[in-house]
Write a protein that binds this ligand. Structure first.
Ligand code: NOJ
Length: 560
């Protein structure tokens, strides 16, 4: 049930320079959003065609996962050319038209920058392969001699993040480092030319009107490999205190300080958000005003659906934001994890019946076991997801939403092996099924070719149950998740206030309530028992409100 009252629009708390601090940002995975040219792959014109849909959602910005030329060895995170558009997705002119349409509808545009690695088809890597050991071309990457007779053994026993070896031979006794797939050679950020080229890329997109950047693997760029490479066990055991040879080095921030000078050349200054999987107490460095300015906080994504955990995470991250001077960020779903409606639908962990199993690891285990929808409590997962999202949208900071979550879409768990695309699946047989299940093209209509995604089918198979989660079906249902998101995002725009909250005593361990300075109050019931709402005007609820009591597993917003 979605109870709504009309709310007058108070003055916005953000300015042109601070728009990002509390923005609602909708992530588009371009190949799976909308396909205008009917080749089975989503494209930029598909996005432009759907600008009215995005505007009707009420999001303030759109973040596009990579749309650059790519062999898709890693869903586009293997970039052939940082300053062009994949011909299957369109042209630079299509990009400009898309930006103009989004800006025209009042939305900002964020693009993904992938600086840790290029693809193995990038001109630099081809040149490196054609050049001898010790050449300037090889110095742009991380090459090392192999070990053993004929240097036929890898320089070290390191393992890539997608599984399998992290060093690959190039046939002349040298090997290159790739922390991800072998088609993603790591760049050498000690090389000045590499640094300069990315400054050119940042200006290239900023000049085309891009408002901000999402920085992939932001904690990986700076490396300091000793002449004698340590064993992988040692690399894993080394403390990540800023001096680790691969991850989260203190000197990575020298790179971002340079980037900041580029961001600040523009008015308003371009923004950036770091994807940095680092210890929470080191996140603030990425979010500093002298650096990228904001960093993802994935803590809620990794948490159980549990009041105490949520409260601890919220307090901790608001504290971190204060420390860095940035605002915090909230994420439940993205293109790398099992969708949150599905994580929340998994059966309770054995021996822990009170806690919803929600972490991505558990999602991955469900996928490995076949990913059957029958193993899910779909309605419960959706109720929790709706409650979690309303709570998220009421929090101070930016909310990053992933395409399809506004439909309450579930993960497609049972994609046949023959259709899978994710390198994590191919590099980790029997261990990791990969991330294709959250990247299945969106259902726009109940029926028809690829549920309205495009006239040329869908590059990942869509299940029959997509029909009931399609935009068309949800538009017709006033109680749908799509209507809930639209209403919530609209109200958020009106009720947004200073980046503070005050907790309200609820008298129950499973109920969280807080009030923002504008009087915007959010109450979440994590358990099953209804909860009598405090005094105030009911604005919206993700679950029924009967006689002033919010049903279990729900969030209500009030003005008090
Ligand atoms: C993080 C991205 O979100 C993920 O999709 C990608 O596979 C890795 N970085 C490598 O670029």
């Amino acid at each position: 049930m979605t109870d709504v009252v009309e709310t007058p629009a108070p003055a916005r708390t953000t300015t042109d320079e601070t728009w990002w601090r509390q923005a609602s940002v909708y992530q588009i995975y371009p190949r799976s959003f909308a396909d205008a040219n009917g080749d089975g792959i989503g494209d930029l014109r598909g996005i432009t065609d759907r600008v009215p849909y995005l505007a009707s959602l009420g999001v303030e910005a759109v973040w596009l996962s990579p749309f650059y030329p790519s062999a898709l060895a890693d869903g586009g995170y293997d970039v052939d050319d940082y300053r062009d558009v994949d011909p299957r997705l369109g042209t630079l002119a299509d990009f400009d038209a898309m930006v103009a349409a989004l800006h025209g509808a009042g939305m900002r545009v964020i693009v993904d920058i992938v600086p840790n690695h290029t693809s193995d088809r990038h001109a630099w890597f081809r040149e490196a392969l054609a050049s001898p050991a010790g050449s300037a071309a090889r110095d742009r990457y991380v090459f090392r001699d192999g070990t053993g007779p004929d240097r036929a053994e890898p320089p070290a026993d390191w393992v890539s993040i997608f599984g399998g070896p992290a060093w690959t031979a190039v046939g002349d006794g040298q090997w290159y480092l790739h922390n991800f797939a072998k088609e993603q050679p790591d760049l050498n950020w000690a090389n000045r030319e590499v640094r300069d080229d990315f400054l050119t890329t940042l200006r290239f997109w900023s000049d085309r009107g891009v408002d901000g950047f999402r920085i992939d693997v932001a904690h990986g760029l700076a490396k300091d490999l000793p002449a004698e490479l340590p064993a992988w066990a040692e690399v894993l055991a080394a403390p990540k205190d800023g001096s680790h040879i691969l991850w989260d080095r203190d000197d990575v921030h020298e790179i971002y300080a340079e980037w900041r000078t580029v961001f600040d050349e523009y008015t308003p200054a371009r923004t950036a958000v770091a994807e940095a999987w680092v210890a929470a107490d080191r996140r603030a460095r990425y979010a500093s005003a002298e650096g990228l300015g904001q960093a993802f906080n994935f803590d809620l994504l990794e948490s159980d659906f549990d009041a105490a955990s949520f409260k601890q995470i919220i307090e901790f991250n608001l504290g971190l934001a204060e420390q860095s001077g940035s605002s915090t960020t909230w994420v439940f779903s993205n293109h790398d994890v099992v969708r949150h409606a599905t994580r929340y639908a998994l059966p309770p962990r054995s021996g822990d019946a009170d806690h919803a199993p929600t972490t991505d690891k558990q999602g991955a285990a469900w996928l490995l076991a076949g990913g059957s929808q029958d193993a899910l409590d779909r309605p419960l997962g959706l109720r929790r997801a709706r409650a979690a999202t309303l709570l998220e949208l009421a929090l101070p900071g930016s909310a990053y939403l992933y395409q399809g979550e506004e439909l309450g879409l579930h993960e497609v768990g049972d994609i046949p092996d023959a259709d899978r695309q994710d390198p994590a699946f191919f590099r980790n047989p029997g261990v990791d099924v990969g991330r294709d299940g959250c990247r299945v093209p969106l259902p726009w209509t109940r029926t028809g070719e690829s549920f309205g995604f495009g006239s040329g089918g869908s590059h990942l198979p869509q299940p029959a149950w997509f029909a009931e989660s399609s935009v068309k079906a949800e538009e017709a249902d006033p109680d749908s998740t799509l209507h809930l998101y639209r209403t919530a995002l609209g109200l958020r725009g009106q009720l947004q206030s200073e980046e503070r909250l005050e907790w309200i005593e609820t008298g129950r361990d499973d109920v969280l309530a807080f009030r923002r300075p504008s009087g915007w109050t959010s109450v979440t019931v994590f358990g099953d028992e209804p909860y009598a709402l405090p005094a105030g005007e009911l604005l919206l609820a993700s679950a029924p409100v009967v006689d002033g009591a919010l049903a279990g597993v729900g969030t209500a917003w009030l003005r008090s």
